[in-house]
Design a protein around this ligand. Structure first.
Ligand code: NI
Length: 629
Protein backbone atom coordinates (compact mmCIF):
# COMPACT_ATOMS: atom_id res chain seq x y z
CA UNK A 1 0.00 0.00 0.00
CA UNK A 2 1.15 3.50 -0.66
CA UNK A 3 0.21 5.10 2.68
CA UNK A 4 0.63 3.74 6.21
CA UNK A 5 -2.97 4.69 7.12
CA UNK A 6 -4.59 3.27 3.97
CA UNK A 7 -7.60 1.09 4.73
CA UNK A 8 -7.07 -2.67 4.79
CA UNK A 9 -8.00 -4.14 1.42
CA UNK A 10 -9.66 -7.50 0.74
CA UNK A 11 -6.30 -8.78 -0.53
CA UNK A 12 -4.57 -7.67 2.66
CA UNK A 13 -7.21 -9.38 4.81
CA UNK A 14 -6.61 -12.61 2.90
CA UNK A 15 -2.86 -12.12 3.21
CA UNK A 16 -3.16 -11.51 6.96
CA UNK A 17 -5.15 -14.69 7.35
CA UNK A 18 -2.47 -16.56 5.41
CA UNK A 19 0.27 -15.21 7.71
CA UNK A 20 -1.63 -16.46 10.77
CA UNK A 21 -2.34 -19.77 9.06
CA UNK A 22 1.33 -20.15 8.14
CA UNK A 23 2.31 -19.53 11.76
CA UNK A 24 0.05 -22.35 12.91
CA UNK A 25 -2.32 -20.05 14.79
CA UNK A 26 -5.51 -21.21 13.09
CA UNK A 27 -7.51 -24.36 13.63
CA UNK A 28 -10.96 -25.39 12.45
CA UNK A 29 -12.40 -23.87 15.61
CA UNK A 30 -10.66 -20.48 15.24
CA UNK A 31 -12.96 -17.52 14.86
CA UNK A 32 -11.83 -13.99 14.02
CA UNK A 33 -13.50 -11.65 16.48
CA UNK A 34 -11.39 -8.74 15.22
CA UNK A 35 -9.01 -8.24 12.31
CA UNK A 36 -7.91 -4.65 11.96
CA UNK A 37 -5.16 -2.44 10.68
CA UNK A 38 -2.49 -1.83 13.31
CA UNK A 39 -1.70 1.78 12.60
CA UNK A 40 1.94 2.79 12.99
CA UNK A 41 2.71 5.27 15.79
CA UNK A 42 1.98 8.89 14.95
CA UNK A 43 5.63 9.99 14.68
CA UNK A 44 6.27 7.28 12.10
CA UNK A 45 3.29 8.31 10.03
CA UNK A 46 4.24 11.98 10.23
CA UNK A 47 7.76 11.16 9.03
CA UNK A 48 6.38 9.18 6.10
CA UNK A 49 7.04 10.50 2.59
CA UNK A 50 5.43 9.16 -0.57
CA UNK A 51 7.36 6.16 -1.81
CA UNK A 52 8.79 5.20 1.59
CA UNK A 53 8.44 1.50 2.40
CA UNK A 54 5.48 0.69 4.66
CA UNK A 55 5.27 -2.19 7.11
CA UNK A 56 1.60 -3.15 6.94
CA UNK A 57 0.56 -4.74 10.22
CA UNK A 58 -2.68 -6.17 11.52
CA UNK A 59 -4.10 -6.84 14.93
CA UNK A 60 -6.33 -9.88 15.39
CA UNK A 61 -8.40 -11.20 18.26
CA UNK A 62 -8.83 -14.95 17.79
CA UNK A 63 -11.37 -17.06 19.62
CA UNK A 64 -11.31 -20.84 19.82
CA UNK A 65 -15.00 -21.65 19.68
CA UNK A 66 -14.43 -25.17 21.10
CA UNK A 67 -12.51 -24.14 24.20
CA UNK A 68 -13.43 -20.47 24.62
CA UNK A 69 -9.75 -19.57 24.79
CA UNK A 70 -8.68 -16.44 23.01
CA UNK A 71 -5.52 -14.60 22.10
CA UNK A 72 -4.50 -11.38 20.48
CA UNK A 73 -2.02 -11.40 17.64
CA UNK A 74 0.07 -8.74 15.96
CA UNK A 75 1.42 -9.66 12.55
CA UNK A 76 3.04 -8.06 9.54
CA UNK A 77 1.65 -8.72 6.09
CA UNK A 78 4.66 -7.01 4.52
CA UNK A 79 7.16 -9.23 6.32
CA UNK A 80 4.95 -12.32 6.49
CA UNK A 81 5.73 -12.58 10.19
CA UNK A 82 3.82 -12.88 13.43
CA UNK A 83 5.26 -10.26 15.78
CA UNK A 84 3.42 -11.04 18.98
CA UNK A 85 0.90 -13.52 20.40
CA UNK A 86 -0.74 -12.82 23.75
CA UNK A 87 -3.05 -15.22 25.52
CA UNK A 88 -6.15 -13.61 27.00
CA UNK A 89 -7.34 -14.42 30.50
CA UNK A 90 -11.03 -13.64 30.01
CA UNK A 91 -11.84 -13.31 33.72
CA UNK A 92 -9.34 -10.44 33.97
CA UNK A 93 -8.84 -9.12 30.44
CA UNK A 94 -12.40 -9.46 29.14
CA UNK A 95 -13.84 -11.46 26.27
CA UNK A 96 -13.47 -10.91 22.53
CA UNK A 97 -16.38 -8.97 21.02
CA UNK A 98 -19.59 -10.79 20.11
CA UNK A 99 -19.42 -12.35 16.66
CA UNK A 100 -22.30 -11.91 14.22
CA UNK A 101 -22.64 -15.70 14.02
CA UNK A 102 -23.16 -15.87 17.79
CA UNK A 103 -26.50 -14.08 17.36
CA UNK A 104 -27.78 -17.22 15.62
CA UNK A 105 -26.05 -19.51 18.09
CA UNK A 106 -27.82 -17.87 21.04
CA UNK A 107 -31.17 -18.44 19.33
CA UNK A 108 -30.45 -22.15 18.80
CA UNK A 109 -29.15 -22.65 22.32
CA UNK A 110 -32.17 -21.19 24.12
CA UNK A 111 -34.68 -22.89 21.85
CA UNK A 112 -33.18 -26.30 22.57
CA UNK A 113 -33.32 -25.74 26.34
CA UNK A 114 -36.19 -27.56 28.06
CA UNK A 115 -36.58 -24.96 30.83
CA UNK A 116 -36.78 -22.10 28.35
CA UNK A 117 -39.33 -23.99 26.28
CA UNK A 118 -41.37 -24.69 29.39
CA UNK A 119 -41.23 -21.01 30.36
CA UNK A 120 -42.54 -20.09 26.92
CA UNK A 121 -45.25 -22.74 27.06
CA UNK A 122 -46.43 -21.39 30.41
CA UNK A 123 -46.98 -18.09 28.59
CA UNK A 124 -49.04 -19.81 25.92
CA UNK A 125 -46.30 -19.84 23.27
CA UNK A 126 -45.94 -23.04 21.33
CA UNK A 127 -44.49 -21.98 17.96
CA UNK A 128 -40.89 -21.16 18.84
CA UNK A 129 -40.15 -20.06 15.26
CA UNK A 130 -42.10 -16.95 16.15
CA UNK A 131 -39.91 -16.17 19.16
CA UNK A 132 -37.00 -13.77 18.56
CA UNK A 133 -34.22 -14.48 21.02
CA UNK A 134 -32.20 -11.31 21.52
CA UNK A 135 -28.43 -11.87 22.00
CA UNK A 136 -27.48 -9.32 24.65
CA UNK A 137 -24.05 -8.67 26.10
CA UNK A 138 -23.77 -10.10 29.59
CA UNK A 139 -21.80 -7.46 31.47
CA UNK A 140 -19.80 -8.38 34.56
CA UNK A 141 -21.67 -8.98 37.82
CA UNK A 142 -19.79 -11.48 40.00
CA UNK A 143 -22.43 -14.11 39.31
CA UNK A 144 -21.05 -17.38 40.72
CA UNK A 145 -19.53 -19.54 38.00
CA UNK A 146 -19.61 -16.80 35.36
CA UNK A 147 -16.17 -15.17 35.41
CA UNK A 148 -14.15 -16.52 32.52
CA UNK A 149 -17.13 -18.01 30.69
CA UNK A 150 -18.22 -16.54 27.37
CA UNK A 151 -21.77 -15.45 28.13
CA UNK A 152 -24.76 -13.77 26.53
CA UNK A 153 -28.08 -13.00 28.17
CA UNK A 154 -31.21 -13.55 26.14
CA UNK A 155 -34.52 -11.73 26.38
CA UNK A 156 -37.26 -12.85 24.02
CA UNK A 157 -39.90 -11.20 21.87
CA UNK A 158 -42.86 -12.68 20.06
CA UNK A 159 -43.98 -12.29 16.48
CA UNK A 160 -47.57 -12.93 15.40
CA UNK A 161 -46.23 -13.82 11.94
CA UNK A 162 -42.87 -13.63 10.21
CA UNK A 163 -43.28 -9.97 9.12
CA UNK A 164 -44.55 -8.81 12.51
CA UNK A 165 -42.08 -6.60 14.41
CA UNK A 166 -41.25 -8.51 17.58
CA UNK A 167 -40.41 -5.44 19.71
CA UNK A 168 -44.16 -4.84 20.13
CA UNK A 169 -44.53 -8.12 22.02
CA UNK A 170 -41.87 -8.52 24.74
CA UNK A 171 -42.06 -11.84 26.56
CA UNK A 172 -41.17 -10.28 29.87
CA UNK A 173 -39.86 -12.06 32.94
CA UNK A 174 -37.71 -14.72 31.26
CA UNK A 175 -33.94 -14.35 30.94
CA UNK A 176 -31.65 -17.09 29.68
CA UNK A 177 -27.98 -16.93 30.67
CA UNK A 178 -26.18 -18.61 27.78
CA UNK A 179 -22.66 -20.03 27.68
CA UNK A 180 -21.56 -19.76 24.03
CA UNK A 181 -18.68 -22.20 24.42
CA UNK A 182 -20.50 -25.10 26.07
CA UNK A 183 -23.59 -24.08 24.09
CA UNK A 184 -25.95 -24.39 27.05
CA UNK A 185 -28.30 -22.29 29.11
CA UNK A 186 -26.48 -22.15 32.43
CA UNK A 187 -29.28 -20.36 34.23
CA UNK A 188 -32.86 -19.48 33.43
CA UNK A 189 -34.59 -16.73 35.34
CA UNK A 190 -38.33 -17.16 35.16
CA UNK A 191 -39.82 -14.26 37.06
CA UNK A 192 -43.43 -13.18 37.29
CA UNK A 193 -45.56 -13.88 34.25
CA UNK A 194 -46.58 -10.59 32.72
CA UNK A 195 -49.03 -10.14 29.89
CA UNK A 196 -47.44 -10.02 26.44
CA UNK A 197 -48.62 -6.82 24.76
CA UNK A 198 -50.88 -7.72 21.83
CA UNK A 199 -51.02 -4.57 19.77
CA UNK A 200 -48.99 -4.82 16.56
CA UNK A 201 -46.76 -1.97 15.50
CA UNK A 202 -45.78 -2.68 11.93
CA UNK A 203 -44.74 0.74 10.72
CA UNK A 204 -43.83 -0.78 7.35
CA UNK A 205 -47.35 -2.13 6.85
CA UNK A 206 -49.73 0.27 5.07
CA UNK A 207 -52.63 -1.38 6.90
CA UNK A 208 -51.18 -0.30 10.24
CA UNK A 209 -50.00 3.13 9.13
CA UNK A 210 -53.17 4.10 7.27
CA UNK A 211 -53.30 6.34 4.22
CA UNK A 212 -50.03 8.17 3.51
CA UNK A 213 -50.20 11.92 3.19
CA UNK A 214 -50.41 13.33 -0.31
CA UNK A 215 -49.41 16.92 0.43
CA UNK A 216 -45.63 16.62 0.14
CA UNK A 217 -44.34 17.94 -3.18
CA UNK A 218 -40.86 16.79 -4.24
CA UNK A 219 -37.74 18.60 -3.09
CA UNK A 220 -34.92 17.99 -5.51
CA UNK A 221 -31.33 18.92 -4.85
CA UNK A 222 -29.74 20.16 -8.07
CA UNK A 223 -25.97 20.42 -8.42
CA UNK A 224 -25.77 21.10 -12.17
CA UNK A 225 -22.00 21.46 -12.12
CA UNK A 226 -21.43 18.51 -9.82
CA UNK A 227 -19.82 18.39 -6.42
CA UNK A 228 -17.15 20.71 -5.07
CA UNK A 229 -15.09 18.04 -3.33
CA UNK A 230 -12.59 15.55 -4.67
CA UNK A 231 -11.74 12.09 -3.35
CA UNK A 232 -8.46 10.59 -4.40
CA UNK A 233 -7.16 7.37 -2.79
CA UNK A 234 -9.39 8.05 0.23
CA UNK A 235 -8.06 11.59 0.66
CA UNK A 236 -10.93 14.09 0.59
CA UNK A 237 -10.37 17.75 -0.29
CA UNK A 238 -13.07 20.37 0.02
CA UNK A 239 -12.90 24.13 0.46
CA UNK A 240 -9.62 24.14 2.33
CA UNK A 241 -10.36 20.99 4.30
CA UNK A 242 -8.34 17.86 3.70
CA UNK A 243 -8.58 14.51 5.44
CA UNK A 244 -8.05 10.82 4.89
CA UNK A 245 -10.92 8.35 5.26
CA UNK A 246 -10.28 5.24 7.30
CA UNK A 247 -12.62 2.48 8.34
CA UNK A 248 -12.33 0.06 11.21
CA UNK A 249 -14.48 -2.93 12.14
CA UNK A 250 -14.80 -1.58 15.68
CA UNK A 251 -15.02 2.21 15.34
CA UNK A 252 -16.48 2.34 11.85
CA UNK A 253 -15.54 5.56 10.08
CA UNK A 254 -12.19 7.03 11.09
CA UNK A 255 -10.97 10.44 9.93
CA UNK A 256 -7.21 10.85 9.70
CA UNK A 257 -5.03 13.91 9.33
CA UNK A 258 -7.67 16.63 9.21
CA UNK A 259 -6.11 19.87 7.99
CA UNK A 260 -7.31 23.25 6.75
CA UNK A 261 -5.57 25.17 3.96
CA UNK A 262 -4.85 28.71 5.12
CA UNK A 263 -2.97 30.79 2.56
CA UNK A 264 -0.17 28.51 1.44
CA UNK A 265 -0.16 26.25 4.53
CA UNK A 266 -2.09 23.05 5.23
CA UNK A 267 -2.64 23.55 8.94
CA UNK A 268 -3.23 20.40 11.03
CA UNK A 269 -6.24 20.34 13.35
CA UNK A 270 -6.84 16.69 14.26
CA UNK A 271 -4.52 13.76 13.63
CA UNK A 272 -7.24 11.12 14.10
CA UNK A 273 -10.94 11.28 14.99
CA UNK A 274 -13.35 8.43 15.65
CA UNK A 275 -16.12 7.14 17.88
CA UNK A 276 -13.93 4.97 20.07
CA UNK A 277 -16.72 3.64 22.31
CA UNK A 278 -20.38 3.92 23.14
CA UNK A 279 -22.54 2.42 25.82
CA UNK A 280 -26.29 2.16 26.36
CA UNK A 281 -26.94 1.66 30.10
CA UNK A 282 -30.52 0.89 31.18
CA UNK A 283 -32.10 2.16 34.38
CA UNK A 284 -34.30 -0.78 35.45
CA UNK A 285 -32.82 -2.30 38.66
CA UNK A 286 -35.08 -5.38 38.62
CA UNK A 287 -33.77 -8.93 38.21
CA UNK A 288 -34.85 -9.17 34.56
CA UNK A 289 -32.97 -6.13 33.29
CA UNK A 290 -30.41 -4.75 35.79
CA UNK A 291 -27.56 -6.08 33.63
CA UNK A 292 -28.61 -4.29 30.43
CA UNK A 293 -25.61 -2.22 29.31
CA UNK A 294 -24.54 -2.49 25.70
CA UNK A 295 -21.14 -1.30 24.50
CA UNK A 296 -22.04 -1.04 20.85
CA UNK A 297 -18.45 -0.40 19.75
CA UNK A 298 -16.40 -2.59 22.10
CA UNK A 299 -18.88 -5.47 22.36
CA UNK A 300 -20.77 -5.39 19.06
CA UNK A 301 -18.29 -3.59 16.75
CA UNK A 302 -19.93 -0.58 15.09
CA UNK A 303 -18.06 -1.10 11.83
CA UNK A 304 -19.33 -4.69 11.54
CA UNK A 305 -22.93 -3.45 11.87
CA UNK A 306 -22.63 -0.85 9.08
CA UNK A 307 -25.53 -0.45 6.63
CA UNK A 308 -25.35 -0.26 2.85
CA UNK A 309 -26.87 3.12 2.04
CA UNK A 310 -29.43 3.86 -0.64
CA UNK A 311 -29.28 6.89 -2.92
CA UNK A 312 -32.32 9.15 -2.63
CA UNK A 313 -33.38 7.66 0.73
CA UNK A 314 -30.39 7.82 3.03
CA UNK A 315 -28.51 10.43 1.02
CA UNK A 316 -29.63 13.12 -1.40
CA UNK A 317 -27.63 15.33 -3.72
CA UNK A 318 -24.47 14.56 -5.63
CA UNK A 319 -23.27 11.62 -3.56
CA UNK A 320 -19.93 9.91 -3.42
CA UNK A 321 -20.07 6.50 -1.74
CA UNK A 322 -17.20 4.44 -0.44
CA UNK A 323 -17.47 0.68 -0.13
CA UNK A 324 -15.67 -0.79 2.85
CA UNK A 325 -14.19 -4.17 3.64
CA UNK A 326 -14.17 -5.82 7.05
CA UNK A 327 -13.12 -9.33 8.05
CA UNK A 328 -15.81 -11.89 8.88
CA UNK A 329 -15.63 -14.62 11.52
CA UNK A 330 -13.55 -16.79 9.18
CA UNK A 331 -11.04 -13.97 8.71
CA UNK A 332 -12.20 -13.57 5.11
CA UNK A 333 -13.06 -10.19 3.60
CA UNK A 334 -16.67 -9.07 3.65
CA UNK A 335 -17.55 -6.05 1.53
CA UNK A 336 -20.18 -3.54 2.61
CA UNK A 337 -21.26 -1.55 -0.43
CA UNK A 338 -22.09 2.16 -0.14
CA UNK A 339 -21.00 2.20 3.48
CA UNK A 340 -19.65 5.74 3.75
CA UNK A 341 -21.51 8.65 2.20
CA UNK A 342 -19.93 11.97 1.22
CA UNK A 343 -21.96 14.91 0.02
CA UNK A 344 -22.45 18.65 0.39
CA UNK A 345 -25.43 20.37 1.93
CA UNK A 346 -26.65 23.93 1.85
CA UNK A 347 -26.79 25.09 5.48
CA UNK A 348 -28.59 28.40 5.43
CA UNK A 349 -26.97 31.73 6.13
CA UNK A 350 -23.22 31.81 6.74
CA UNK A 351 -22.99 35.53 7.38
CA UNK A 352 -25.19 38.54 6.64
CA UNK A 353 -25.35 42.24 7.29
CA UNK A 354 -27.52 45.13 6.15
CA UNK A 355 -25.74 48.31 7.17
CA UNK A 356 -27.58 51.29 8.56
CA UNK A 357 -24.93 53.78 7.47
CA UNK A 358 -23.34 52.50 4.26
CA UNK A 359 -26.40 50.91 2.71
CA UNK A 360 -24.35 47.76 2.16
CA UNK A 361 -26.42 44.55 2.19
CA UNK A 362 -24.45 41.32 1.91
CA UNK A 363 -25.41 37.69 2.48
CA UNK A 364 -23.35 34.54 2.04
CA UNK A 365 -24.67 31.03 2.29
CA UNK A 366 -23.16 28.37 4.53
CA UNK A 367 -22.46 24.96 3.18
CA UNK A 368 -21.11 21.82 4.76
CA UNK A 369 -19.35 18.68 3.67
CA UNK A 370 -21.02 15.65 5.26
CA UNK A 371 -19.18 12.36 5.79
CA UNK A 372 -21.43 9.76 7.33
CA UNK A 373 -22.24 6.14 7.97
CA UNK A 374 -25.17 4.32 9.60
CA UNK A 375 -25.18 1.23 11.77
CA UNK A 376 -27.90 -1.06 13.07
CA UNK A 377 -27.26 -2.67 16.44
CA UNK A 378 -30.27 -4.83 17.24
CA UNK A 379 -33.31 -2.62 17.71
CA UNK A 380 -31.46 0.71 17.42
CA UNK A 381 -30.00 2.50 14.41
CA UNK A 382 -27.29 5.13 14.70
CA UNK A 383 -26.09 7.55 12.04
CA UNK A 384 -22.73 9.23 12.56
CA UNK A 385 -22.38 12.50 10.66
CA UNK A 386 -19.15 14.46 10.57
CA UNK A 387 -19.68 18.00 9.30
CA UNK A 388 -17.10 20.40 7.89
CA UNK A 389 -18.12 24.04 7.35
CA UNK A 390 -16.80 26.89 5.22
CA UNK A 391 -15.80 28.91 8.30
CA UNK A 392 -13.44 26.29 9.75
CA UNK A 393 -16.03 24.82 12.13
CA UNK A 394 -16.40 21.06 12.31
CA UNK A 395 -18.91 18.96 14.21
CA UNK A 396 -20.08 15.46 14.91
CA UNK A 397 -23.78 14.74 15.02
CA UNK A 398 -25.17 11.33 15.95
CA UNK A 399 -28.69 10.52 14.80
CA UNK A 400 -30.46 7.97 16.98
CA UNK A 401 -33.39 6.16 15.46
CA UNK A 402 -34.84 2.67 15.09
CA UNK A 403 -37.04 0.88 17.59
CA UNK A 404 -37.12 1.20 21.37
CA UNK A 405 -36.14 -1.73 23.54
CA UNK A 406 -39.40 -2.75 25.19
CA UNK A 407 -40.85 -4.39 28.25
CA UNK A 408 -44.28 -5.41 29.47
CA UNK A 409 -45.77 -2.39 31.28
CA UNK A 410 -47.99 -2.67 34.33
CA UNK A 411 -49.41 0.18 36.39
CA UNK A 412 -46.89 1.30 38.97
CA UNK A 413 -43.81 0.37 36.93
CA UNK A 414 -41.18 2.90 37.94
CA UNK A 415 -38.37 2.42 35.45
CA UNK A 416 -40.09 2.66 32.07
CA UNK A 417 -42.44 4.85 30.07
CA UNK A 418 -45.64 3.36 28.74
CA UNK A 419 -45.44 3.93 24.98
CA UNK A 420 -48.40 1.83 23.81
CA UNK A 421 -51.09 0.00 25.80
CA UNK A 422 -49.29 -2.37 28.19
CA UNK A 423 -45.98 -1.75 26.44
CA UNK A 424 -43.08 -0.20 28.31
CA UNK A 425 -39.79 1.28 27.17
CA UNK A 426 -37.21 1.23 29.99
CA UNK A 427 -35.30 4.46 30.66
CA UNK A 428 -31.77 4.45 29.35
CA UNK A 429 -28.86 6.55 28.16
CA UNK A 430 -26.84 6.51 24.96
CA UNK A 431 -23.32 7.67 25.78
CA UNK A 432 -20.70 8.03 23.08
CA UNK A 433 -17.00 8.72 23.41
CA UNK A 434 -15.20 10.46 20.59
CA UNK A 435 -11.44 10.05 20.57
CA UNK A 436 -9.93 13.22 19.17
CA UNK A 437 -6.19 13.00 18.72
CA UNK A 438 -5.67 16.73 18.50
CA UNK A 439 -2.95 18.41 16.51
CA UNK A 440 -3.61 22.14 16.46
CA UNK A 441 -0.82 23.45 14.20
CA UNK A 442 1.41 20.63 15.41
CA UNK A 443 1.57 18.08 18.21
CA UNK A 444 2.53 20.50 21.00
CA UNK A 445 -0.89 21.24 22.43
CA UNK A 446 -2.55 22.09 25.73
CA UNK A 447 -6.14 22.25 26.94
CA UNK A 448 -7.79 25.14 28.74
CA UNK A 449 -11.17 25.27 30.42
CA UNK A 450 -13.03 28.53 29.88
CA UNK A 451 -15.89 29.53 32.20
CA UNK A 452 -17.71 32.82 31.90
CA UNK A 453 -18.53 34.29 35.31
CA UNK A 454 -20.32 37.39 36.47
CA UNK A 455 -18.20 39.75 38.57
CA UNK A 456 -19.44 40.80 41.99
CA UNK A 457 -20.19 44.48 42.50
CA UNK A 458 -17.09 46.29 43.73
CA UNK A 459 -14.64 49.01 42.85
CA UNK A 460 -13.89 47.27 39.53
CA UNK A 461 -17.57 46.77 38.80
CA UNK A 462 -19.62 49.51 40.46
CA UNK A 463 -22.80 48.95 38.39
CA UNK A 464 -22.67 45.15 38.59
CA UNK A 465 -22.82 44.53 34.85
CA UNK A 466 -19.40 42.91 34.42
CA UNK A 467 -18.70 39.35 33.37
CA UNK A 468 -15.50 37.83 32.12
CA UNK A 469 -14.14 34.51 30.86
CA UNK A 470 -11.80 32.78 33.27
CA UNK A 471 -9.18 30.44 31.92
CA UNK A 472 -7.82 27.36 33.68
CA UNK A 473 -5.04 25.36 32.06
CA UNK A 474 -5.60 21.60 32.57
CA UNK A 475 -2.00 20.78 33.21
CA UNK A 476 -2.14 17.16 34.33
CA UNK A 477 -4.30 14.15 33.53
CA UNK A 478 -5.69 14.11 37.08
CA UNK A 479 -7.02 17.67 36.58
CA UNK A 480 -8.42 17.04 33.14
CA UNK A 481 -11.45 14.84 33.98
CA UNK A 482 -14.14 17.48 33.49
CA UNK A 483 -17.88 17.94 33.22
CA UNK A 484 -19.81 20.49 31.23
CA UNK A 485 -21.30 23.53 32.99
CA UNK A 486 -23.86 25.04 30.62
CA UNK A 487 -24.66 27.82 33.12
CA UNK A 488 -21.03 28.98 32.85
CA UNK A 489 -20.88 28.65 29.04
CA UNK A 490 -18.03 26.23 29.69
CA UNK A 491 -15.93 25.29 26.67
CA UNK A 492 -12.53 23.68 26.35
CA UNK A 493 -9.88 25.24 24.15
CA UNK A 494 -7.25 23.05 22.58
CA UNK A 495 -4.39 25.48 22.05
CA UNK A 496 -0.93 25.35 20.60
CA UNK A 497 1.13 27.39 23.07
CA UNK A 498 3.96 27.66 20.54
CA UNK A 499 1.95 29.05 17.62
CA UNK A 500 0.35 32.44 17.72
CA UNK A 501 -2.06 34.33 15.52
CA UNK A 502 -1.49 37.88 14.30
CA UNK A 503 -2.71 39.18 17.63
CA UNK A 504 0.08 37.31 19.37
CA UNK A 505 -2.24 34.84 21.06
CA UNK A 506 -2.02 31.03 20.90
CA UNK A 507 -4.02 29.46 18.08
CA UNK A 508 -6.91 27.32 19.32
CA UNK A 509 -9.99 25.30 18.59
CA UNK A 510 -12.87 25.28 21.09
CA UNK A 511 -14.71 22.09 21.97
CA UNK A 512 -18.30 23.07 22.72
CA UNK A 513 -20.36 20.61 24.79
CA UNK A 514 -24.10 19.99 24.87
CA UNK A 515 -25.82 20.21 28.25
CA UNK A 516 -26.64 16.55 28.76
CA UNK A 517 -25.82 14.36 31.76
CA UNK A 518 -22.96 11.93 32.04
CA UNK A 519 -23.55 8.37 33.26
CA UNK A 520 -26.34 8.43 35.84
CA UNK A 521 -25.61 5.00 37.34
CA UNK A 522 -24.17 5.06 40.86
CA UNK A 523 -20.39 5.31 41.03
CA UNK A 524 -20.24 1.97 42.88
CA UNK A 525 -22.07 0.16 40.05
CA UNK A 526 -20.55 -2.34 37.68
CA UNK A 527 -21.31 -0.10 34.71
CA UNK A 528 -19.57 2.89 36.31
CA UNK A 529 -16.41 0.78 36.63
CA UNK A 530 -16.69 -0.60 33.12
CA UNK A 531 -17.72 2.65 31.41
CA UNK A 532 -15.70 5.09 33.52
CA UNK A 533 -15.22 7.18 30.37
CA UNK A 534 -18.92 8.02 30.56
CA UNK A 535 -18.67 9.58 34.02
CA UNK A 536 -17.09 12.79 32.64
CA UNK A 537 -17.70 14.87 29.53
CA UNK A 538 -14.02 15.42 28.91
CA UNK A 539 -10.78 13.63 29.55
CA UNK A 540 -7.37 14.57 28.26
CA UNK A 541 -4.54 12.08 28.05
CA UNK A 542 -1.00 12.16 26.74
CA UNK A 543 -0.80 10.47 23.34
CA UNK A 544 0.22 6.83 23.46
CA UNK A 545 -0.24 4.62 20.40
CA UNK A 546 -1.70 1.74 22.44
CA UNK A 547 -4.34 3.92 24.16
CA UNK A 548 -7.12 3.50 21.64
CA UNK A 549 -10.35 2.59 23.42
CA UNK A 550 -11.58 4.43 26.51
CA UNK A 551 -13.08 1.32 28.16
CA UNK A 552 -10.11 -0.85 27.23
CA UNK A 553 -9.26 -3.30 24.46
CA UNK A 554 -11.62 -6.19 25.32
CA UNK A 555 -14.76 -4.65 26.76
CA UNK A 556 -17.07 -7.65 26.57
CA UNK A 557 -17.56 -8.97 30.15
CA UNK A 558 -14.56 -6.94 31.32
CA UNK A 559 -14.77 -6.39 35.10
CA UNK A 560 -13.85 -2.70 34.74
CA UNK A 561 -11.05 -0.29 35.42
CA UNK A 562 -9.46 -0.57 31.98
CA UNK A 563 -8.84 2.27 29.57
CA UNK A 564 -8.96 5.86 30.74
CA UNK A 565 -8.90 5.28 34.55
CA UNK A 566 -5.85 3.08 34.22
CA UNK A 567 -4.02 5.46 31.88
CA UNK A 568 -4.59 8.60 33.89
CA UNK A 569 -3.31 6.93 37.05
CA UNK A 570 0.11 7.87 35.63
CA UNK A 571 -1.00 11.52 35.88
CA UNK A 572 1.11 12.62 32.94
CA UNK A 573 1.73 16.26 32.21
CA UNK A 574 -0.47 17.75 29.47
CA UNK A 575 0.94 21.24 29.18
CA UNK A 576 2.54 21.69 25.77
CA UNK A 577 2.40 17.96 25.01
CA UNK A 578 0.95 15.65 22.38
CA UNK A 579 -2.58 15.28 23.79
CA UNK A 580 -5.65 13.20 23.03
CA UNK A 581 -9.08 14.55 23.97
CA UNK A 582 -11.87 12.11 24.87
CA UNK A 583 -15.28 13.67 24.55
CA UNK A 584 -18.30 11.92 26.12
CA UNK A 585 -21.70 13.05 24.91
CA UNK A 586 -25.11 11.52 24.42
CA UNK A 587 -28.75 11.50 25.28
CA UNK A 588 -30.68 10.47 28.35
CA UNK A 589 -33.73 8.79 26.97
CA UNK A 590 -37.04 8.87 28.78
CA UNK A 591 -39.05 7.37 25.92
CA UNK A 592 -42.15 9.14 24.61
CA UNK A 593 -45.24 7.65 22.96
CA UNK A 594 -44.04 9.52 19.86
CA UNK A 595 -40.89 7.37 19.86
CA UNK A 596 -43.12 4.39 19.08
CA UNK A 597 -43.27 2.31 16.92
CA UNK A 598 -40.21 3.75 15.21
CA UNK A 599 -38.32 6.67 16.64
CA UNK A 600 -37.99 10.01 14.84
CA UNK A 601 -34.24 10.63 14.80
CA UNK A 602 -32.94 12.28 17.95
CA UNK A 603 -29.55 13.95 17.82
CA UNK A 604 -26.53 14.61 19.99
CA UNK A 605 -22.94 15.55 19.38
CA UNK A 606 -20.42 18.34 19.73
CA UNK A 607 -18.90 21.21 17.81
CA UNK A 608 -15.27 22.20 17.28
CA UNK A 609 -14.88 25.86 16.45
CA UNK A 610 -11.76 27.86 15.61
CA UNK A 611 -10.87 30.46 18.27
CA UNK A 612 -8.03 32.64 17.10
CA UNK A 613 -6.90 29.83 14.84
CA UNK A 614 -7.50 32.19 11.91
CA UNK A 615 -6.64 35.88 11.83
CA UNK A 616 -10.13 36.89 10.76
CA UNK A 617 -13.34 35.34 9.43
CA UNK A 618 -11.96 32.70 7.05
CA UNK A 619 -15.12 32.70 4.92
CA UNK A 620 -14.99 36.27 3.57
CA UNK A 621 -14.04 34.95 0.16
CA UNK A 622 -17.24 32.93 -0.24
CA UNK A 623 -18.91 34.53 -3.26
CA UNK A 624 -22.47 35.80 -3.13
CA UNK A 625 -25.10 33.46 -4.51
CA UNK A 626 -26.94 35.01 -7.47
CA UNK A 627 -30.34 36.26 -6.39
CA UNK A 628 -33.23 34.32 -7.87
CA UNK A 629 -35.00 37.66 -8.45
NI1 NI B 1 -32.87 5.60 23.35
Amino acid sequence: MDHPLARLTAEEIRAARAVLQGAGLLTKATRFAVLALEEPPKQEVMAFAAGDPVDRRVRAVLLDSDTGQSRTVLASISRDEVDQVTDVNPAVDGQPPILLEEFGAADEIVKSDARWRAAMSRRGITDFDLVCACPLSAGSFDIPGEPGRRMLRVLSFLQHHQADHPWAHPIDGVVAYVDLTTREVVDLLDQETRPIPREEANFDDPGYVGPVRTTLRPIEIAQPQGRSFVVEDDVVRWEGWSLRIGFDAREGLVLHQITFRDGDRDRPIIYRASIAEMVVPYADPGPVRYWQNYFDAGEYLLGQQTNSLALGCDCVGDIHYLDVVVADGDGEPREIRNAVCLHEEDFGVLWKHSDLFTGSAETRRQRRLVISFFVTVGNYDYGFYWYFYLDGTMALEVKLTGVLFTSSYCDGDEWASEVAPGLGAPYHQHLFCARLDMMIDGVTNAVEEIDVRGEPVGSRNPQGNAFVPSVTRLTRESHAARVAEPALARVWHIVNPQQTNRLGRPVAYALCPQGQPTLLADESSSIARRAAFATRHLWVTRYHPAERYPAGELVNQHPGGAGIPRWIAADRSLDGEDVVVWRTFGTTHIPRPEDWPVMPADTCGFVLKPVGFFDRNPALDVPPTPSAG
